[in-house]
Design a protein around this ligand. Structure first.
Ligand code: ADP
Length: 185
């Protein structure tokens, strides 16, 4: 049972990797088209949280969806929105040893835009890496002794997908205290 579980996890990881690579090349050539429809943010986040929970493993932390159920619908491509959230929440869990990952959303009445934030209490990102991490195949501390896996594609793809939605993906972080990744829709 354990081995089958590991095979399943590896399969999922590889499938994500292949999709990230395919998307990355399409995004570079601006060949991604969005199917935008009104989406309920609470349910979209809830699905991602449930899918991501196994990534917590034995760590003393939890993931909280605090998006209001009454939040107005956002105009987004549901599959792409899920991909962005899955990337950000996955990273937040990966780079957090203990504490929390919280997903929030606020409506800016003036601009009629919703700001979504994924906040964690993890290792944080040093100032000098905060631009670089959005480039393809770049990782914060890219040293070979690095204990975290990954490809450095997730944020590059997420940022392009957010831009395709007319938004911006931003980072705020304090080293050793945590990171907040936010984007608007
Ligand atoms: P990957 O996670 O596959 O390395 P990403 O493009 O998703 O690639 O992220 C790039 C890098 O940004 C990560 O390797 C990590 O150094 C940094 N990073 C991303 N999210 C977080 C986070 N929530 N906390 C700390 N570091 C992060």
């Amino acid at each position: 049972r354990r081995n089958v579980g590991m095979i399943e996890q590896s399969g999922k990881r590889l499938s994500h990797l292949v999709n990230d690579i395919l998307d990355f090349s399409k995004l570079r050539n601006r060949r991604i088209t969005l199917d935008r429809i009104p989406v309920g943010l609470f349910s979209a986040v809830e699905m991602v949280v449930e899918l991501s929970r196994p990534l917590i493993g034995e760590k003393k932390m939890d993931v909280y969806n605090v998006v209001s159920k009454d939040m107005s619908l956002v105009l987004a491509d549901p599959n792409r929105l899920q991909q962005i959230l899955f990337n950000l929440v996955g990273n937040a869990i990966k780079f957090t040893e203990q504490g929390y990952v919280t997903i929030k959303a606020d409506l800016d009445h003036q601009t009629q835009r919703v700001n979504v934030a994924v906040e964690d209490s993890g290792v944080g990102i040093a100032l000098e890496f905060r631009e670089r991490i959005f480039r393809a195949f770049e990782q914060g501390d890219g040293s070979s002794q690095r204990e975290y896996g990954g490809t450095g594609l997730g944020l590059a793809v997420s940022r392009e997908l957010v831009i395709a939605h007319g938004g911006e993906l931003k980072v705020a972080s304090a080293l050793g205290m945590g990171t907040t990744m936010s984007f608007s829709l």
